[in-house]
Design a binder for this molecule. Structure first.
Ligand SMILES: [Zn+2]
Ligand SMILES: [Zn+2]
Length: 99
């Protein structure tokens, strides 16, 4: 697969905006196509597109700098877009349970 799958009317416009701003391959690890819309768990600010691996493990990163995940968490490259994750889509996002 060479492009993010269409994720419906709720997340589709957000994915479109992220790709328009940073391209289809942008996400924390820069090694594959991002398919998950990632957001700040507290504020619902959209942080970027993540691949399945990053979406699962990114928040376990202990580094504050010098690491792609740490840099991403501390300074979202799409913060300037001011996108808010739709509450209607929250239950649809795959999230690991437990910590
Ligand atoms: Zn990744
Ligand atoms: Zn790290």
């Amino acid at each position: 697969m060479r492009w993010p799958p269409f994720q419906g009317p709720i997340l589709g416009p957000i994915i479109k905006a992220l790709i328009a701003a940073l391209g289809p391959a942008w996400h924390a690890c820069h090694s594959t196509i991002g398919v998950f819309v990632d957001h700040d768990p507290a504020g619902l600010q959209v942080r970027g597109l993540l691949c399945r691996h990053c979406n699962t493990w990114l928040e376990t990163c202990p580094h504050s700098t010098g690491c792609a995940w740490g840099d991403y968490l501390n300074n979202s490259p799409v913060a300037h877009l001011g996108l808010t994750y739709p509450r209607a889509a929250i239950s649809r996002k795959p999230r690991r349970s437990g910590a």
